[in-house]
Design a protein around this ligand. Structure first.
Ligand code: ZN
Ligand code: ZN
Length: 95
């Protein structure tokens, strides 16, 4: 059974079972959409596998098969450094 972890393993954001923001890899490493897309480029930083949208477990099933309560947080590399926006080149000849 898929382990529905309650948070992003990188930024610790809450990811409830019904959250469309959750991303997961084949080892159930779980991240939020922002981390998956902006930090990790849709690739799991722990195992190198692809991160996909976590399937939503129907509410009725959650009663029998509850989501995990075990929060997992690890240190991950910081967000990809954005290249600083450069000043537009001035046309030559300006004083
Ligand atoms: Zn996150
Ligand atoms: Zn992984």
């Amino acid at each position: 059974m898929l382990e529905l972890r309650p948070n992003c393993e990188c930024c610790d954001r809450d990811l409830p079972p019904a959250s469309p923001e959750a991303r997961i890899c084949t080892f159930e490493h779980t991240f939020c959409a922002d981390c998956a897309e902006l930090r990790f480029d849709e690739t799991c930083p722990d195992c190198g596998g692809g991160l996909v949208v976590r399937p939503i477990r129907p509410e009725v099933q959650l009663h029998r098969f509850p989501a995990s309560l075990r929060r997992v947080v690890k240190a991950h590399r910081p967000a990809t450094v954005q290249t600083p926006r450069r000043e537009p080149e001035r046309p030559t000849g300006w004083v």
